[in-house]
Design a protein around this ligand. Structure first.
Ligand code: ACO
Length: 429
């Protein structure tokens, strides 16, 4: 017999079905609660206890520190796979065979180039514009260049074309945003280069100059992108799904996701971490003083890169990134004083009652900024790199939502404002 939950409201009892996922996660399905109870809904600020969908893309157990894409542990993918292979896995559900993967990579590299008019859109922004704002605008502008993508009833081939286009062109947009900011000429994509090398080449090559992509840097970037590729129903992914649920196009939904990612409590944390570590360094490196600030409820300061809505254990991505940070800095011969500050903060936090009781551990962003810095990537591009990494996850989630035919996302509310009042003309107020 299937499991049921009982809810009693105003003395009336309602039976609600309990659904169980493949990893034995349970949810009370409240789909009929409002209709059957005569108007009662659930209230859950920040959706801390609310599942918005069923999904077969990513499994995350925050208590045990487990993260798997389509069943494959993140540790194995980070060690053995490549970003585009992981992108294929997330979007299409299984690892590709050799021939399929080669074809997929070729289709992506053939689409690296962007319409020349996109440069004009970019030129419309002040050169000091934040790259995330430019990126989200340019992502939306793809609907103008490919108007067929606006049609919600497109064929699977049409959707696949949009998927490959945005995967291929985002690194070009990202690198060009950076070049414009520095007043440097843009570098066109090189279709002979792999995904990460092509991006680094567009970021750092000077026309007429020599620039050899360092394989250590390209591999580290590839690994970072894998680690960011999906994270189930986080803030930006939920934004992508909810935007797409109105039958919004892939491009506009991704643009919405980029904007949601930008904030410092989400993807923007990687910038905030480096700024925080730099402040601590310039302040003399007294980690205890900053830990005390983080614990002081009257002080708005938070230890950036610490804590997570879902992980109440070590974020498995943070473990991999911490190790990668050591390896990359050593391979590049870079010494970054903020790495020691970060390690010191982590050590103190992991044994501090405040952090232990609240189960606050370093998250994916605590060490990623240190690797980006070693790669010479400027701070305001950190969240852009996160967006490049998260792109396959957003695409996979958008596609799943559309294929499942999910209804438009539209939460309810409990109104707590004025009850009925009578309008007063302005001179009588
Ligand atoms: N520093 C100090 N205290 C913290 C921190 C922190 N970084 N994070 C949480 N807390 C405290 C809160 O003050 C709260 O304490 P209380 O119970 O005494 O009131 C408790 O821990 C629970 O925190 P919430 O804010 O309720 O947890 P929530 O799940 O809403 O927030 C979040 C999660 C936003 C990630 C939070 O931990 C945070 O702000 N961290 C810093 C920003 C950051 O690193 N964000 C990146 C997250 S990863 C990603 O999005 C890619």
């Amino acid at each position: 017999m299937s499991e049921k939950a009982k809810v009693i409201v105003d003395g009336k009892e309602f039976e609600l079905p309990v659904i169980t996922g493949t990893e034995n996660e349970k949810a009370i399905d409240i789909g009929k609660l409002r209709a059957e109870s005569g108007g009662v809904i659930t209230l859950d600020y920040g959706f801390k206890n609310t599942g918005s969908t069923t999904s077969s893309i990513t499994f995350l157990d925050g208590e045990k520190g487990i993260l798997r894409y389509r069943g494959y542990p993140i540790e194995q993918l980070a060690e053995k796979s490549e970003f585009l292979e992981v992108a294929y896995l997330l979007i299409y559900g299984d690892l590709p065979d050799k021939e399929t993967y080669e074809k997929f990579k070729r289709e992506i590299s053939d689409s690296y180039f962007v319409h020349e008019d996109i440069k004009k859109i970019m030129d419309g922004f002040p050169s000091n514009a934040h790259p995330m704002g430019v990126l989200s605008s340019v992502a939306t502008s793809l609907t103008a260049f490919y108007p067929a993508s606006l049609d919600p009833n497109r064929s699977p081939e049409g959707v696949n074309l949009s998927i490959k286009r945005i995967l291929a062109k985002m690194p070009t947009f990202a690198a060009w945003t950076y070049r414009r900011k520095l007043g440097r000429p843009i570098i066109y994509p090189d279709t002979a280069m792999d995904y990460c090398s092509n991006f680094l080449n567009m970021m750092f090559k000077m026309p007429g100059g020599r620039y050899e992509v360092d394989p250590v840097v390209a591999n580290a970037l590839d690994k970072l992108l894998i680690l960011h590729a999906d994270h189930e129903q986080n803030c930006s992914t939920s934004t992508v799904r909810i935007t797409g649920s109105s039958r919004g196009s892939l491009y506009t939904s991704i643009s919405a996701g980029i904007n949601a990612l930008w904030g410092p409590l989400h993807g923007g944390a990687n910038m905030a971490v480096i700024e925080m570590l730099e402040n601590i360094r310039m302040d003399g490196g007294d980690t205890k003083k900053w830990m005390d600030k983080a614990k002081d409820k009257d002080d708005p300061f938070r230890l950036m890169g610490f804590g997570h809505r879902v992980y109440k254990n070590f974020d498995p991505r943070a473990r991999i990134i911490k190790k990668a940070a050591d390896e990359v800095l050593e391979a590049l011969g870079v010494q970054d004083p903020v790495l020691d500050i970060a390690k010191g903060l982590e050590e103190v936090a992991l044994s501090d009652d405040y952090f232990v009781e609240r189960k606050l551990y370093p998250n994916v962003d605590f060490y990623s900024g240190i690797i980006y810095r070693a790669m010479q990537i400027p701070v305001d591009m950190f969240t852009v790199i996160f967006a490049l990494g998260r792109l396959p996850g957003w695409i996979a989630q958008w596609k799943e939502m559309r294929e499942n035919g999910e209804p438009i996302g539209r939460p309810r509310q409990i109104y707590v404002g004025h009850t009925n009042r009578t309008y007063q003309p302005i001179n009588e107020r």
